[in-house]
Structures are given as C-alpha cells and as structure tokens.
Unconditional design. Sequence first.
Length: 184
Amino acid sequence: MGLKLASHILTRPGSLARHVTVVDGGLIPASGGGGYDTHTNHIKDSARNLANIWHELTSIINEPGENNPAKLNLEETLIVVNTEFGRTPWNQNGSGRNHHPYAYVTLMFGGPVGPDQQGIVGSIGSDGFAVNALSPAESRAATLAALGVYPFAPECYAVSDVYGAGTELEASMWINEVVLGVKA
C-alpha cells in the first residue's frame, strides 16, 4: 500500500513532490520482532516479506518501452532501498539472525545513477564485514546530491564524512562519479 501511495504522489499531474519515504514493516510479522527483525526463522520470514516488497516495487515501475504515466519512470526517479542494519552471517537461536551494523546492502537505481555505475560498490567479505564499501553517511549524501540538495550544507554532512576527501569539491566529485556514476 505504501509503495502505491508513493507512486501516486510522485506521478500525479502537477505534483511538486520530489521525495517520498516509505517505511516497509513487512507483510508478515517476523518471529523475532518486526517484519524484518528475524531473530528466529530468518529464511522463512524474510523470503515471504522480501518476495512481497519486490513484487510491489516492480509493479509501480515502468518496464522498458512502457510509458504508463501512473508508474515511476527510472529515467527521472531515483529509488533507494536502505535498511537500518544488516543481519549476522551466522545463526542466532538456531534459525535466526541478530543485528549486524558492520555490513548491509543499500540499493540505488534509476535517476542519476549512470550506466558506468551499474553494478556493485564495495562488498561483504566471507567474515561478514564490509570491504571497500560506502558508509551510511556517504550513501545518504549521494541521495541528497541526487535530489539536488547540496550534501555539505551545515545541516547535512561534513566533508570528513566522505572517506579521503579534503575539500567540498573533492567530496562532491567523488559522490557524483563513484556513487552516482555522473561524470563531470
């Protein structure tokens, strides 16, 4: 329901909306807490909830060649799928997974994400920890940049939130080129 409402808000003629946030709590309550908080029965609960969210998400996006004005056009819409943390790569309580802030996945597609950036930035190693990955601040700063919001305004992020950047220009160029795939 939330995704269909978001699509309606963004595609309604005359709408000034540029950003919509949808919080998905899962279709089916997980055994260990909320919809995705799978401290037990991780595979069973996650499979049902993830299948539902992907089905709902793909139903509101135009397929190549489709021009349904009531659906999202990926040429002009950035979609970010982000979680608050990952799940441990090892079992908890036999069939569950605990909270794991050291590696998780954020998906960004559509909008300004260029063809050179299609693929993967970073990875999760065999030990379950992130390798050459974006920090949460870097992915959120990139989202702001994609929305046309300057990510280094005082109320947003600091240049030091972008690893290795010494100036606002360096940080902005890295976010645009490496994360979003936009060449200067």
